[in-house]
Every structure is written in structure tokens, then in C-alpha cells.
Design a protein. Structure first.
Ligand SMILES: Cc1ncc(C[n+]2csc(CCOP(=O)(O)OP(=O)(O)O)c2C)c(N)n1
Ligand SMILES: [Mg+2]
Lengths: 331, 335
């Protein structure tokens, strides 16, 4: 199969959906000629014109709100938010307006909007350009949240998101834009709420999201050399969450680590861990372990930044401890 | 109170500060090109007369808020090269102990409340700083630096409304360098920028941002009036950035022509213009100016060498400074 970058995959998904459906448009800062700072959208304005690939002023609440209104009235906007960190600026439009409209209207006014943004630290971009804020959004009922872990997922999930009749937020990992993966030439979609078992194993389950799937796979490699067979699962969407697949794996292996790049406290790892604790408790041989980003703003200095995110070695180390029973009685 | 800049010393200081900014940026760019600087940075080169003209009209008690393109503001408000380069390299002795980097550089000792990586993110902060001044009966003034692109942020209009209602001692300084990222200002700003301030009854001025004396003269007047409770004010400073949006923005002909860049660099450079004026007025000789340039160059090179050799913060600092009253935020939590 041909290999393309995550960036190309997103570009293809958008182009295909824009060809298929003339109500789809892209709006955001420097999306047209510049094709975004990460050059993900290069070439789209040439094909679809400035009426459908719309450059805006630096007015995030404004163009997000515009997107919500456009979505309510027959368009399918893909709102481009240059950095996930800017989500704080659009919270009202996203969480009070887009997320609640369908419910508040008694099922009459839905908002088929995609918010495309990113996450991920270790780019030396400091505290306001490095956050992974998907947990904030996942907390709000009415928003679906997709977290592609490779070019393949990035394409399939984007196409599904555009066809979804609800507001969907997609977080791409900015460090993965140039990573290649096999992506079929033929059209495909990835349904929401279906986890992907990246690697089968019987000793311990590693659940990873987005960038952390690679980290879990690398940890599994390390563990395999020591005779520990780790199963790696990528939920692909955290809302909806494929609870059944996660529970099944937890019951099979009896030990679970959840790895995510959002801050560890009050985050995705805690949510997934507690669902497993609630529903698979009697199958577990150890408490489910959370590994998120450190609960500190992301520091600029490379000497500090690198220790704030989970690494394969750290995951492997915790896996060994869970296997040996060392962490069972941890305070 | 700011003294009137009429004597030789003050003119030479303005020149020196502009050259210090340009030299700082040349070295920062070099650090990026030689892969010694982590991340990206936004160069202030070309806009020196704005920061220097304004900051030379301020005292150490006056405050500024800065932007992602903030090295110029930081130098102009009195910062030292050593601590600045250390910060850019993420070293312990940096102004923010390496935690902030280029986009969050700050220097509270000189009244610089900090750069900001959120476009428009400091507009509320500057207004709040002016509020403190009024509340506590002080006479310091705050200057809020932001770009033309930032005028699209709704926050600006919320805070200008309040500042005008309450006569706050704040000066909104819009550095109009013709671009926001890869887009021309006229494509993202409808109508007149100064008229937006005027709609709130705020006195607004447009000034040639390449003319340090014009900027300084206007700022002195506005600062004096702001201290008397006649603020807020708004300035639109017409200027130009020489480099790309950030140091990695090299191929930019698709949005900005080489001819346009050359025209600004050769015909409107704030340092060349002011240097010519200094010589013409007999304030400094060519030799004296060359000597000053050489001294600044040496200072910068020494500071870079110092920063390169300086240590990174200890890893134990990673969870310090999350809270004021908890030394290590994670001490209780780590398993
Ligand atoms: C809220 C927000 N939106 C977008 C960005 C990305 N961004 C960084 S600088 C910039 C352009 C700013 O233009 P301007 O205000 O004119 O300042 P200049 O870079 O020209 O000095 C943009 C869009 C950001 N940092 N913050
Ligand atoms: Mg600008």
C-alpha cells in the first residue's frame, strides 16, 4: 500500500469531502494561500477557491461562531483552529452554542461542524502552544472528539467527522504531520466509537490516545524483549468511547495502563481508568494506572519539557511494576 | 516623570537601544540557523524605532505588555542581553528561568509584564495594570503593544470601552507592520484602525514608526497627559518587519515581494535614518557611531557565548512555580 504523511492524509480527506459535498467549506487563519503554518491545507484553495477556503482575521470566537451559524443553516463548516491552545478563546461558541443546540431545541437544530485543531508538546513552543486540551472538550455533552494516531486514522476519521451531523472536534498531533503510514488509495471511512487493537498481547493492556499510541507501541516492543506481552489499544475517538473493546482487553490481561498527553489530573486517563475499575473490577489483578502529562504548564526549556510527557521507557517501567505487583499497594 | 529628550545623551541612548535590538535579533537569528536555539522566534528587526521611541518616553515604573515579537520591547525597556539569551536557550539564568522562552520573555524589574504567545492576549493585562495605577493612586502609565493583526481580537474593543469609560492611564500601541503572519493587513482589517479607537472617544494618532524622534515626541506628550488622568490613548505606528513572520518563514515571495522588502530596508530603515541625522546635527561622528556599534556587537557576542555555556535548570524545577505557596506542586502526588 502507498504511504502518505498525516498532513497529506488530512488534505486528501478534506479535498474528497469538498468534491463530494458542495456545502463543505474551510474557515480559519491563513488556511488559503498559506495552507496553514503546518502547510496541511496546501493546494485546497487552488481547487476550491476563496469562497470555500476562507482566510479570516485573527478572530477565533468570531469565525467559530460564524461556523456554528453556518452549520445550523445548511453548510458543513470545517473550522480550522491553528493551535489547540486557542480553544480557550472559542469555548463559548463551542460549548454553549454548538454543543447544546440540538438538545436545547428538542432535537430540531443540529450543528454539523468540524473543529480541526491540534495537540502535543515537545516542539519547544512553551506553555501557550503545546497543550493537549481534548479532555476539556470531551467533558461537554454534545461534542464528539476524535484523536487520530496516524495518517490512516487522520484520513478516515476526518471524512467521518465531516459527514457526522453533530459537532466534532479533531485533535491532530502537530509532531506527526510528517509521519508516513500506509493509507489506501480507495475511499474509506473509520466509524466513530470503534477502538483499534494495534497489537495483541495477553499480559497487560496499554491504552493510548493520539501521539501516545506510538509511545505504547514502543513500550510494548521493549516489554516483548523481556517476555511481557502487551496489548496496545487505540480508542480513536474518546467521545464516543468504545468501552466494550477496552473492557474486553482489560478482562483478558487483568492489568491496564492508560496513556494520554493531556494533564493527568481530571483527564482522559482518569475517566478511562475509572470505567474499567467500575466494570471490570473483579477481573483485575492490579489497579488501573494513569499516565498523563505532568500537571504543570508546559515549560519551554528542553531540559524540563521532555520530562513532562510519558515516554516508552516510563510506560515500560510502570508495566514491569504492575506485572511484579509492586504498584498494587502504591499509595 | 519622563524628561524631555533634548540632549545629546538621550539621542545617543535612543540610537544605542535601536542598535542593541537589531544586534540582539541578528544573533538570535544566527542561533536559530545554527540549530542552537530550541523552537522558533519572531524577529523585531525593522521595527526598532517603535519600541525605542515609546520606551524612552517611559520611566522604570511605567509598565509595558509585549507580544510574540517581543525582544525589541524587552531590550527597549531596559533588559540585559545575558538574561535574554539565557531565556532564549532555555537556561536557568534566563529571565524566566528557561520556563518561558522567546514568546514569554519578561522583565518585571524594568516594568515589562511580558511577551504573550496569544495574539491580543495582553490587552486585558495592560488595561488591568492601568486600573491598578488608578486604584492605588500611582502615576505610572501602561503601554500595550500589539500588532495590526491583533486588532481583529474582540478583547481589544471590550477593554478600550472600559478604559475610556474610566479614563485609565493606558496607551494602546498598534504596531502596524503591514502583515499578520502570511496575510496583508488590508485583507484582514476593514475600515480604519484608528477610527475604531475613536469610536470609543479615545484620541488616536497615526505616526511614522520608522522615525524614532516622531514616535518619542508623540509618546512623551501622551504619557504626560495619561499621568494627569486624560487617558486612554491609541497610537498606530506604521512600520515593517524585515524577516519572515518567524525565523523559519524563509520562502515568503508568495505573500510579500523582495522589492518591497528591499525598499523598506534601504530607504526607510530607522537606524540608518537616525544615524544620518545624528551625524548631520553634529551629535556624533561616524567614528563614534562605529565604535558604539562595535561595542554592542561585542556585548552581544559575549552574552551569547555566556548563554551557550550556561546550565539548564535542574529537573526538580519542573514542578516549581505552579503555585506561589506550594514549592513543588507534584511532591504530594508522585507515586
Ligand atoms: C489568539 C491567537 N491566534 C492566532 C495566533 C497565531 N499567530 C501568531 S502571530 C500571528 C499574527 C499576528 O499578527 P500581528 O498582530 O500583526 O503581529 P506581527 O506578527 O505582525 O508582529 C498569528 C495569527 C496566536 N498566537 N494567537
Ligand atoms: Mg503585523
Amino acid at each position: 500500500m502507498r504511504e502518505i504523511t498525516l498532513s497529506q492524509a488530512v488534505n486528501e480527506a478534506l479535498a474528497e469531502e469538498m468534491r463530494r459535498d458542495e456545502t463543505v467549506f474551510i474557515i480559519g487563519e491563513d488556511v488559503a494561500e498559506a495552507g496553514t503554518p503546518f502547510k496541511v491545507l496546501s493546494g485546497l484553495v487552488e481547487e476550491f477557491g476563496t469562497a470555500r477556503v476562507v482566510d479570516t482575521p485573527i478572530a477565533e470566537p468570531g469565525f467559530m461562531g460564524l461556523g456554528v451559524g453556518a452549520a445550523m443553516t445548511g453548510s458543513r463548516p470545517v473550522v480550522d483552529l491553528m493551535f489547540g491552545d486557542f480553544i480557550y478563546l472559542i469555548m463559548d461558541q463551542l460549548c454553549n452554542q454548538a454543543a447544546k443546540s440540538y438538545y436545547m431545541s428538542g432535537g430540531k437544530l443540529n450543528v454539523p461542524l468540524v473543529l480541526r485543531t491540534n495537540l502535543g508538546a515537545t516542539r519547544r513552543s512553551a506553555a501557550q502552544h503545546s497543550q493537549s486540551l481534548h479532555a476539556l472538550v470531551a467533558h461537554i455533552p454534545g461534542l464528539k472528539v476524535a484523536m487520530p494516531s496516524s495518517a490512516y486514522e487522520a484520513k478516515g476519521l476526518m471524512k467521518t467527522a465531516i459527514r457526522d451531523d453533530n459537532p466534532v472536534v479533531i485533535f491532530e498531533d502537530k509532531l506527526m504531520y510528517n509521519d508516513k503510514a500506509p493509507v489506501p488509495e480507495e475511499e474509506f471511512l473509520i466509524p466513530f466509537g470503534e477502538a483499534n487493537i494495534k497489537r495483541e498481547g495477553s499480559d497487560i493492556t496499554l491504552i493510548g490516545t493520539s501521539s501516545m499510541v506510538q509511545v505504547c507501541e514502543a513500550a510494548a516492543e521493549i516489554l516483548a524483549k523481556e517476555g511481557i506481552e502487551a496489548e496496545v489499544i487505540d480508542p480513536r475517538t474518546i467521545v464516543p468511547l468504545d468501552e466494550a473493546a477496552l473492557l474486553e482487553s482489560a478482562k483478558k490481561t487483568s492489568r491496564v495502563i492508560v496513556v494520554d498527553e493531556g494533564h493527568q489530573s481530571f483527564g482522559i486517563t482518569g475517566e478511562i481508568a475509572s470505567r474499567i475499575n467500575e466494570k471490570a473490577f473483579y477481573h483485575l489483578d492490579a489497579p488501573v494506572l494513569r499516565m498523563g502529562a505532568m500537571d504543570v504548564p508546559v515549560p519551554f526549556s528542553p531540559a524540563l519539557e521532555d520530562i513532562t510527557v510519558p515516554t516508552p521507557d516510563a510506560v515500560a517501567e510502570n508495566a514491569r511494576k504492575l506485572m511484579s505487583g509492586e504498584l498494587i499497594h502504591a499509595a | 516623570m519622563a524628561k524631555t529628550k533634548t540632549n545629546t545623551e538621550d539621542y545617543l541612548r535612543m540610537y544605542r537601544q535601536m542598535v542593541r535590538i537589531r544586534t540582539f535579533e541578528d544573533n538570535a537569528n544566527q542561533l536559530y540557523l545554527s540549530a542552537k536555539m530550541p523552537g522558533l522566534t519572531h524577529m523585531y528587526s525593522g521595527e526598532e524605532a517603535v519600541a525605542v521611541g515609546i520606551c524612552e518616553a517611559l520611566t522604570i515604573d511605567d509598565k509595558i505588555t509585549s507580544t510574540h515579537r517581543g525582544h525589541g520591547h524587552c531590550v527597549a525597556k531596559g533588559a540585559e542581553f545575558k538574561e535574554m539569551f539565557c531565556e532564549l536557550l532555555g537556561k536557568e539564568e534566563g529571565y524566566c528561568r528557561g520556563k518561558g522562552g522567546s514568546m514569554h520573555i519578561a522583565d518585571q524589574s524594568n516594568g515589562n509584564l511580558g511577551a504573550n504567545a496569544i495574539v491580543g492576549g495582553s490587552m486585558g493585562i495592560a488595561t488591568g495594570s492601568a486600573f491598578t495605577s488608578k486604584l492605588l493612586g500611582k502615576d505610572d502609565v501602561t503601554v500595550c503593544f500589539f500588532g495590526d493583526g491583533a486588532t481583529a481580537q474582540g478583547l481589544l474593543y471590550e477593554v478600550m470601552n472600559m478604559a475610556a469609560l474610566w479614563n485609565l492611564p493606558v496607551i494602546y500601541a498598534c504596531e502596524n507592520n503591514g502583515y499578520s503572519e502570511y496575510t496583508k493587513t488590508e485583507e484582514i482589517a476593514a475600515g480604519s484602525i484608528t477610527a475604531r479607537a475613536e469610536a470609543f472617544g479615545i484620541e488616536a494618532h497615526q505616526v511614522d514608526g520608522q522615525d524614532v524622534l516622531a514616535v518619542n515626541e508623540l509618546t512623551q506628550k501622551l504619557v504626560a497627559r495619561a499621568r494627569k488622568g486624560e487617558g486612554p490613548f491609541f497610537m498606530e505606528l506604521m512600520t515593517y518587519r524585515y524577516h519572515g513572520h518567524h525565523v523559519g518563514d524563509i520562502n515568503r515571495e508568495y505573500y510579500r515581494s523582495k522589492d518591497e522588502e528591499t525598499d523598506w530596508k534601504e530607504n526607510k530603515d530607522p537606524i540608518i535614518k537616525f544615524r544620518g541625522w545624528l551625524v548631520e546635527q553634529g551629535i556624533a561622528s561616524e567614528e563614534e557611531i562605529e565604535a558604539m556599534n562595535a561595542e554592542i556587537k561585542k556585548d552581544a557576542e559575549e552574552a551569547v557565548a555566556y548563554a551557550e555555556a550556561a546550565p539548564y535548570p535542574d529537573q526538580s524545577e519542573v514542578d516549581m512555580h505552579v503555585f506561589t505557596d506550594i514549592e513543588h506542586a507534584l511532591a504530594r502526588n508522585t507515586a
